[in-house]
Ligand binder design. Structure first.
Ligand SMILES: [Zn+2]
Ligand SMILES: [Zn+2]
Length: 315
C-alpha cells in the first residue's frame, strides 16, 4: 500500500514526544490485517463451494511469478541496488507493472527503505531491523509511520520520469492493474469467485508473505558463509519462495551483485531472468563480483571462525 506522505520530516529532539497511537500507520496497518483475514476466509470457501479449475490455479501462479519478478528483478535488484540496467523501455515498463501489482508502495518508498536497510543494517536506523524482533522485521515495521524520509538517498530514482509517473499515480495504477487482472481471469475462466479468491487475494498474500520473509527469516535462520558482520543469512526456503532472494548473506556482503545465488545449484531464477535479458540485448551493465573475490571472502570467514573457535576452546 502506498504512503504518499512525501513531506515527512526527520524528527528532532525538540519536538514533543508523540503517543504510540499517533505513530501507527492506521490505513496501511488495517489494510494488511484485513486482506489476510479476508483471504483466510475466502480461499477455503472457494475450494468448498466454488468450482476450482486448473486454469484459474495456473493463472494465479503465473501472476504470482510476474509479481515476484517485479519485486526481485525490478524493485530490488534494478532500482534499489542498480545492479543492472534495462535497455528496453517496454520490458522495464512490464517489470515495473509487476512490482506495482504487488501493492508494496511505489519504487521511491520501497527503495528508500531498502537502501536504509542495507546502509544501517541491524541498527535503530534500519527500518526493518531484526534486532527489534522477528515480527517487527516481518511486518510490524509497516504498522509504524516512517520517522525519517530522506529523498537525498534516492535522487537517482526521483530523476527518472517513468518512476515519477509511477509514484504520482501509484494508487490508481496499483488498484487498476489488480482489478483488471482479476476481471480478465474471471472472464477467461467464467469464474469470478476463483479470480477473486486465487488470482487476487491468495496471490497478493503469498507475495506479501514471501517478500516479508526476506526481511525476517533471511535475517534469522540460516547459514553465514560470506560474513558474520551482519545478521543476514542464506536460507534456501526463502530463496524458493521469492525467486532467489533467500541467499541473503551473500546479498548483504556483495549488495551490488545482480545475483543472490552464485552456485549452480542455488535457486535464483531472478538471476537467470536478468542474464537472459542481457543475452537478448534487453539488459546491460550487469554488476557482479569475480569468483576469486568470493572465494577469498569465504576463506577469510572460515579463518576467522576457526580462530574464534580456538580462542573459545583455550578460554
Ligand atoms: Zn536484509
Ligand atoms: Zn537488497
Amino acid at each position: 500500500m502506498t504512503t504518499s506522505d512525501t513531506t515527512l520530516k526527520t524528527a528532532t529532539a525538540d519536538e514533543p514526544q508523540m503517543s504510540k497511537l499517533n505513530l501507527i500507520e492506521w490505513g496501511r496497518g488495517s489494510f494488511l490485517i484485513l486482506i489476510h483475514i479476508v483471504t483466510l476466509i475466502t480461499v477455503p470457501l472457494y475450494f468448498i463451494f466454488g468450482n476450482p479449475s486448473l486454469g484459474i490455479i495456473l493463472t494465479a501462479a503465473a501472476v504470482y511469478l510476474v509479481c515476484n519478478i517485479g519485486v526481485t528483478a525490478g524493485y530490488h535488484r534494478l532500482y534499489a541496488h542498480r545492479s543492472y540496467a534495462i535497455r528496453s523501455r517496454l520490458v522495464e515498463a512490464l517489470v515495473l507493472m509487476g512490482g506495482t501489482l504487488t501493492l508494496q508502495d511505489s519504487v521511491f518508498f520501497w527503495a528508500h527503505d531498502h537502501r536504509r536497510h542495507h546502509r544501517y543494517v541491524d541498527t535503530d536506523k534500519d527500518p526493518y531491523a531484526i534486532t527489534k524482533g522477528f515480527w517487527h522485521a516481518h511486518f510490524l515495521w509497516m504498522m509504524m509511520k516512517r520517522d525519517t524520509y530522506d529523498p537525498s538517498g534516492i535522487r537517482d530514482l526521483t530523476a527518472r520520469p517513468l518512476l515519477r509517473f509511477q509514484n504520482r499515480w501509484y494508487m490508481p495504477l496499483a488498484l487498476g492493474l489488480n482489478v483488471a487482472v482479476t476481471i480478465f481471469a474471471g472472464i477467461i475462466f467464467h469464474d469470478f469467485f476463483g479470480a477473486i479468491a486465487l488470482v487476487l487475494l491468495a496471490r497478493l498474500v503469498l507475495v506479501y508473505q514471501s517478500t516479508w520473509f526476506v526481511n525476517s527469516l533471511a535475517h534469522f535462520w540460516g547459514t553465514k558463509p560470506f560474513s558474520k558482520e551482519h545478521t543476514a543469512v542464506n536460507n534456501w526456503i526463502v530463496a524458493l519462495l521469492t525467486g532467489g532472494e533467500g541467499y541473503h548473506n551473500f546479498h548483504h556482503t556483495f549488495p551490488s551483485d545482480y545475483r543472490n545465488g552464485v552456485r549452480w545449484y542455488q535457486w535464483d531464477p531472478t538471476r537467470v531472468f536478468i542474464w537472459t535479458l542481457s543475452k537478448l540485448k534487453l539488459a546491460s551493465n550487469l554488476r557482479f563480483v569475480d569468483r576469486a573475490t568470493i572465494q577469498e571472502r569465504i576463506a577469510r570467514e572460515r579463518r576467522e571462525t576457526m580462530a574464534a573457535t580456538a580462542a573459545a576452546a583455550k578460554a
